[in-house]
Design a protein around this ligand. Structure first.
Ligand code: ACO
Length: 383
């Protein structure tokens, strides 16, 4: 705290706040502001490219698994055989999840679980890769446990023989998923793992920069992702696909929606001007499934029509498929209900959040930007 001037102080000769702040650049929403450096991912919107530590997202989806990608982000090493199973929910955390109302939103339950997990751990500064692994392995079990508890079912213990995404589906449903289902959700986890300085990742870095712990950073990131501007889009794609209903209605539906001035969910992107590489990777996985869930089949057929009609209506503006278009049918296709979509996205983003926590802690400077004061000029208190 700085000392206050004595009461009744005379006016200063300082310039007005406006003059004192003149010429300082301001970008609402920090758009275009470089707020840090990272070696974790490169989001290249103009060229439709996403690299994790230099590796193309499509290659990582084709040849990797979520644990291998998480390990790549944490350590910088590519080990395609790297394994990570889900971890048990500590009894104290389970007790808290049992006490939540069944109406609790899954994102609130996950944020609460991460906070309670942190309260049960010793998490000294600086965060370690061991802490990142432990938290990333804990959260899928916690979300699965909450999802079962609210339905009146008992949580299921992790099966250490299953990799993280398979284990999550097993603990959620009580059934071990078939290979194609696990692979589709694993691909979704890989494409959702990391995406530069998005709002939740930036939150995690700000919290870490105060030398706070990894559970606080990830808890704050979950709170940020809960906002519909960040984690909410895939369920709208589901709504539109269900309105289309069947592939033969796609063309008429798309033309009618555009004629009414509606936007097609899952198309266009603020950063990507080319085809979103995450959508391309998910589509490839979807097409490779022998038994495509009907949601995926419908999405593939609707996409072709939508791209053709959008190109016809907006010949000068590239409007291509974005990641949400394929995220939605993949999540529906593996049996998740739409209210679990944002929390499942959060599970996937744990790898990126925690890798950013490690990167921030490794070369830390308190993140403390400046603000333009736009209130009243200096004045005397009324007598
Ligand atoms: N369907 C139909 N028309 C579209 C779409 C769309 N999905 N997206 C843009 N357009 C049209 C606009 O109507 C506008 O047309 P006009 O110039 O005739 O008025 C033109 O393209 C430019 O639109 P902007 O809003 O300026 O484009 P911007 O790049 O700012 O928007 C956004 C990006 C918000 C994602 C937009 O494309 C959109 O609303 N898409 C649908 C929602 C969606 O899929 N969201 C998920 C994004 S991915 C993510 O967040 C991870």
């Amino acid at each position: 705290m700085t000392d206050s001037p004595p009461a009744g102080s005379p006016p200063t000769d300082a310039p007005s706040p406006e003059a004192a702040q003149a010429g300082r650049p301001y970008a609402p929403g920090l758009e275009g502001v470089i707020a840090g450096e990272t070696s974790l991912s490169f989001v290249d919107g103009a060229n439709g490219r996403l690299l994790y530590r230099g590796y193309r997202i499509g290659d990582l989806v084709e040849q990797g698994t979520y644990p291998a990608v998480a390990n790549l982000l944490w350590s910088g090493d590519w080990d395609p055989g790297h394994r990570l199973a889900t971890a048990p929910v500590p009894p104290g955390v389970l007790q808290i999840l049992r006490a939540l109302p069944t109406s609790t939103k899954p994102m609130d339950a996950l944020r609460t679980a991460v906070s309670a997990w942190g309260a049960n751990q010793d998490l000294p500064w600086p965060a370690t890769a061991g802490q990142a692994r432990a938290l990333t392995a804990f959260s899928p079990s916690a979300l699965a446990a909450f999802s079962r508890l609210r339905a009146g079912d008992e949580p299921i213990d992790p099966d250490p023989s299953l990799d993280l995404v398979e284990g999550f589906l097993y603990q959620l449903t009580g059934t071990k998923p078939d290979a194609a289902t696990a692979r589709a959700l694993d691909a979704y986890f890989i494409v959702g793992a990391e995406h530069g300085f998005n709002a939740s990742t930036f939150t995690a870095r700000v919290i870490t920069s105060t030398r706070s712990d990894i559970a606080s950073a990830v808890g704050g990131a979950i709170g940020t992702m809960k906002g519909p501007l960040h984690g909410g889009a895939p369920s709208e794609v589901v709504d539109q696909l269900s309105q289309v209903g069947s592939a033969d209605r796609a063309e008429a539906w798309v033309r009618e929606a555009l004629a009414k001035g509606e936007r097609l969910m899952g198309f266009g992107h603020r950063v990507y001007r080319a085809y979103d590489p995450r959508a391309a990777a998910l589509r490839t996985v979807a097409e490779g499934m022998t038994n495509k869930p009907e949601w995926l089949q419908l999405a593939i057929e609707v996409e072709d029509v939508a791209l053709r009609v959008l190109a016809e209506k907006h010949p000068d503006r590239p409007l291509k498929t974005n990641v949400e278009f394929y995220a939605a049918p993949v999540l529906m296709g593996v049996g998740l209900t739409p209210d679990l979509f944002p929390a499942t996205f959060s599970l996937a983003r744990h790898a990126g959040w925690t890798a950013h926590v490690l990167e921030q802690a490794g070369d830390n400077r308190l993140i403390r930007p400046d603000v333009n004061y736009i209130g009243p000029a200096e004045r005397d208190l009324p007598r």
